[in-house]
Write a protein that binds this ligand. Sequence first.
Ligand code: ZN
Length: 317
Amino acid sequence: MEPLITGIHHVTAVVSDAQKNIDFYAGILGLRLVKRTVNFDAPEVYHFYYGDESGNPGSILTFFPYPGLAGGRHGKGMLNTTAFSVAVDSMGYWMERFRRWGIATKPPKERFDGELVIYFEDEDGVGLELVFNDKDNRMGFTHGHIPGDHAIKGFFNVEIWEEGYERTAGLLTEQLDHRLIAEKGNRFRFAATDSPGNYVDIICSPDSLKGLPGNGTVHHLAFSTPNAATQQDMRLKIVKRMLNPTPVLDRNYFTSIYFREPGGVLFEVATAGPGFAVDETKEQLGEALKLPAAYEDDRAELEKKLPTVTFDYEKYK
Ligand code: ZN
């Protein structure tokens, strides 16, 4: 049987300032802003999607910037770190870039074989890493301002802290088509497809405080399913596990179901398509504020309420 889940689709976090978010992710990190829209459940808040050139699943980090949002806390029951994949010989380039923009980093450390990892945070405290490795053939944003050899290729892994890993591991392996592919100390790595962009690391961390939602924290982790039929099959499996999934919701660029995993992290299963080129061309991705049809009549009013933002990447070259 075809797997219902193929890997990671996207990660969504909440932050406090739309402009800082654009400057950090599209400017300093050089990701492509592939979609500028609004939170479909709260349209006076932006929803920004960053990713590779097309916004492929496994590369998409999205944000809801809530102005003035109070700070959250990383901890157990939360996805605390989103790690990006970069070429193994890009470390000099990125260390220089971090120095130039005053971004504090932790010293590099080796995780699994051939993975050199540097931890840093964005201005709101979202936990990030660069994983320098030679096993990722994906192209990043090829015509952005970061030279192609050094561009972020997409995610490498995500890191979830849990009180105990077994119940989450059970959900991943029994319902979500993942398998355990590596472990070291209290880190357990799962994947539906064994390739960068799809690794889900569970850290067994009973001593840490419980994570609290707020500025600088991740809201949910989305897994990718091929199509509407596999999404329905997955929904039934989640129902059978008594995890109470939402109905299928239309997110324009994919459809989604949501449910909370036993450790407390909100999971989503999103369809791989139709993708971000459904309402603007691939060349123009992210250039205009796109609204779902239901909000188009309110566009003028919404644009007045949303903070004004600019997209000047010149100085980040
Ligand atoms: Zn989502």
